[in-house]
Design a protein around this ligand. Sequence first.
Ligand code: SF4
Length: 388
Amino acid sequence: MIYIHIPFCKQACHYCDFHFSTNLKQKQAFLFALEKEIELRNHFFESTKPLKTIYFGGGTPSILEVSELENILDKLKSTFEIDENAEITLEANPDDLTSLEFLKDLRKIGFNRLSIGIQSFEESFLKFMNRAHNAEEAQNCVRLAQKAGFENISIDLIYGVQLPKNNSEKQSDVLKSNPHSFWKKDLEFALALDVPHISAYCLTIEPKTPFGNYLKRGKLKPIDEEFAAQQFEILTQTLKENGYLHYEISNFAKPNQFSKHNTAYWQDEPYLGLGASAHSYDGQHRFMNAANNRKYVESLEKNTLPQIIDELSENDRINEYFLTSLRTIWGIDIHHLIKKYNYNLLENQSETISKLTKNQMIELKNDKIVLTEKGKLFADGIAADFFV
Ligand code: SF4
């Protein structure tokens, strides 16, 4: 599988700590460098099996012109063997999906899946997070994408959001009587769009973001963990009742509509990441591209890959597997660990397993360790309990 990071956005969302730039001056130089990187990485995959997924993420890939996206896809197709039924996803923001023609063109050049960064249908939340789109665009873009023929659509939502006190009194009154009313409404809107896949993330406040800065200056309250946990419960309950499978902590899908790309990540498969800040994994090493557009471009101008290579020890890889697999419905596969790493989890960690089982955090089912509903609130901490 291949991931491509397009490191440009129209404006900076207040919570975001991904790598992106709002300065588009370097776009052409970046696209040129990306093409060079694709050439230099042509021997990355040892296996000759056709690749099953391509994912354009960012940043905001939908900021690119159709012709620019097409050039990248063409370059990938001429460099790697791509399965004819490959899942090809474009991450897109609602404000870029306002024309039926653009959406139809995306399909024509090969995209068969959209992952749309809606985040919320509530205007005040969108403004608070400094999203570039409004509530109307959030609603319309999905309908328009469906009209253009996209069936495989995922939308992203954010929960755990609490507006600061200075918002309108009317709104404060609504929230006082029902603090989860906006979240419930967001879920209602999402369900009405009848998309096969929903990703929902809890708002986090990262230090090097505008929200991090507001928090430091006392202009923003920290995330209320209890409040966020209640919203997570509303989320899982509502989506379950409406036929979605909760197949990863933050991901829900109708049957057979899982994201193939993300599933491959969680199942320990190699991946190639292209573009500034992208990471790759070949089963032994992690390769990390420079998270700086200028450095990325300059390095490729000299025909040098802009990467740092991290040799992963066997323990690193096992720990990484705990972190990712435990978040999914497939859980930690005892046989996978024995086969791939000669590591017998049941023998080596019997005490941890019985402690976590007793505390109703995990269950052992068919030689797989999976999180309970309660455990899902503490996934990363539980994975850390297993670290070797
Ligand atoms: S559009 Fe996405 S990548 Fe860009 S700033 Fe907002 S959250 Fe971050």
